[in-house]
Design a protein around this ligand. Sequence first.
Ligand code: IDP
Length: 137
Amino acid sequence: MTQRTLVLLKPDTVRRGLIGEIIGRIERKAGWTISALELRSLDQETLEQHYGEHKGKPFYEPLVDFMSSGPVVALVVEGERVIEGVRALAGPTDPIAAAPGSIRGDFGTIVRENLIHASDSEESAERELKIFFPGVV
Ligand code: IDP
């Protein structure tokens, strides 16, 4: 089942020089390809669209501040079961609970600064790809 997913390497990844490390893990999965990639700064409107489901939660405002604190790398990744697959590479939201070997488990300690976003379903992927790469999908 070939799919497309949206991946964001969050500002902590860019600041810490981990872009190559994380993209390398994605590239090494057999048959997956990166079909779009961009370093960009996210404005409030884009973040509100992207994280709208979390509006009103206590972590929402600090999350938006963090996500606009520096550039992110946005990627479209295509391939076999890539939605589930990138989520598995990332590990669960809380990096301390994430297993070593996963991106969050290897590099993170803070829930908000958990290095990577990856779409969690086909519906989310479709919605998020339209926000970040309207010309591509
Ligand atoms: P996900 O990124 O693992 O799919 P979501 O629940 O969609 O997790 O949350 C979006 C992002 O919001 C998380 O990746 C994390 O950066 C942040 N976040 C989620 N829950 C908390 C929390 O309880 N405290 C602080 N930040 C949080």
